[in-house]
Ligand binder design. Structure first.
Ligand code: SF4
Ligand code: SF4
Ligand code: FES
Length: 250
């Protein structure tokens, strides 16, 4: 059964823009991205929207639907009533390029600031071995599709452009945590650097990042809070500090 959905879509660019109303056909089983594509095909050929997989795996189609950060391709139209006005706006935390497309280069910059995995000097690729328990511990973090919905919703940067320089955001603090849990990473200061260099202290564990993650990664509970604890232990507990120096990564 088809019906006409009332769509309100933000149109504009870095200079400014406004919400515009459209009426678009919806068919059974469709997602918001289908409706945006139909809008493009039938009424607004120049509407800009970024997408690739339409399967929740590439992380490209991030936007805000009724003010909530979501993937356009994973949000079913059936979750809204047929009479509801559905508002689609670009991610608020990043500068708009045009319409629903934002410039997410802040995230690539933060990714570059994190030193890569550093294996022991005496191990060659192919000789890396680790216990299944260690593999499991950080497995969920590797499900990240880099949609940056968590980066977009985190209040530390959402309303505070001035914090962006000092703050890596949940996705990249989680990457630090993943490396800190890696038994073969000899960097040795991941948690301390997260705290001192990448702004972990700005995070006040509100868990908004966890709530919007389409991969259901427990970013706050499993990455950020344990890393805060490890950073504090290593800094203030001399026994932990000495144990780390003597036994860590052995
Ligand atoms: S838990 Fe921390 S990283 Fe996540 S949204 Fe809240 S302040 Fe940001
Ligand atoms: S942690 Fe989740 S919300 Fe954040 S970028 Fe990865 S998949 Fe997206
Ligand atoms: S188009 Fe790839 S996640 Fe939506």
């Amino acid at each position: 059964m088809s019906y006409q959905a009332k769509m309100r879509v933000w149109r504009g660019d870095i200079e400014g823009g406004a919400l515009q109303d459209y009426s678009v056909e919806v068919n059974e089983g469709e997602v918001v991205l289908d409706i945006i594509h139909r809008l493009q095909q039938t009424q607004t050929g120049d509407l800009a929207v970024r997408w690739n997989c339409k399967a929740g795996k590439c992380g490209s189609c991030s936007a805000e639907i009724n003010g909530r950060p979501r993937l356009l391709c994973m949000t079913r139209m059936s979750t809204f009533s047929e009479t509801e006005v559905i508002t689609v706006t670009p991610l608020r935390t990043f500068p708009v390029v045009r319409d629903l497309v934002t410039d997410v280069s802040y995230n690539y910059q933060k990714a570059r600031e994190i030193p890569a995995f550093k294996p022991p000097k005496d191990l060659q690729p192919g000789e890396y071995r680790m216990a299944q328990e260690d593999v499991n511990r950080s497995q969920e973090f590797r499900k990240c599709i880099e949609c940056f919905l968590c980066q977009n919703v985190c209040h530390v940067v959402r309303d505070h452009e001035e914090n962006k320089e000092a703050y890596a955001g949940p996705r990249f603090l989680m990457r630090q945590a993943e490396l800190d849990m890696h038994p073969l990473d000899v960097h040795g200061r991941r948690a301390e650097d997260a705290q001192e260099v990448h702004g972990l202290g700005y995070c006040n564990i509100t868990k908004c990042c966890t709530e919007v993650c389409p991969e259901h990664i427990k970013i706050t509970d499993n990455a950020l809070i344990p890393m805060k604890e490890r950073a504090a232990d290593r800094k203030y507990d001399p026994v932990v500090w000495l144990g780390d120096k003597l036994f860590r990564r052995r």
